[in-house]
Write a protein that binds this ligand. Structure first.
Ligand code: CMP
Length: 151
């Protein structure tokens, strides 16, 4: 995993990219600008683990490039695939919203690039944008339901 630097010049491009992410498409220009300095950019290798089931959650991930697999382990040796996520999808919201530990493990299927929002910035944004908060909660509830009934 490597943190990629974001220069001043990259920010205009980043704003354009975030606009294409469903999650951020409803934000105003002002709201978008206010979160840009909080966004980190990370690159992961194929098969690298991004979040691990059972760990505390400290960030939200938005996929810019690549695909990642969501896996859950119930018993010691038994792990199953819950979903495959690609560009524009996000993950890591469940632990942040519920204050519980990571519900699943997410592993890169190929080299991936993520926009990363740390928990404190994520909460700040949700406070400012109740519609976004509602949308996040609905996604988290739906995923929890799907995971409980077997993917
Ligand atoms: P979190 O529990 O913080 O960390 C693991 C993440 O995997 C979780 O948040 C969700 O973002 C994601 N996830 C869990 N279950 C599913 C599912 N059934 N479908 C898609 N994504 C999921």
């Amino acid at each position: 995993m490597e943190r990629l630097p974001l220069t001043e010049a990259d920010y205009a491009k980043l704003a354009q990219l975030l606009r294409r992410v469903d999650l951020f498409s409803a934000l105003t220009v002002g709201q978008l600008e206010s979160i840009l300095p909080s966004v980190l950019f990370y690159e992961y290798r194929a098969r690298e683990r991004v979040v691990s089931q059972g760990e505390p959650g400290d960030a939200l991930y938005l996929i810019h490039a690549g695909t990642a697999e969501v896996r859950s382990r119930r018993w010691l040796l038994f792990s199953r695939r819950l979903a495959e996520l690609g560009p524009g999808d996000f993950f890591g919201e469940m632990a942040l919203l519920s204050q519980e530990r990571r519900s699943a493990t997410v592993v890169c299927r190929e080299p991936c690039r993520f926009f990363v929002l740390l928990a404190s910035d994520f909460r700040f944004i949700l406070e400012k944008d109740p519609a976004l908060a509602g949308q996040m909660r609905r996604t988290a509830d739906r995923r929890r339901f799907l995971s409980a009934r077997g993917g």
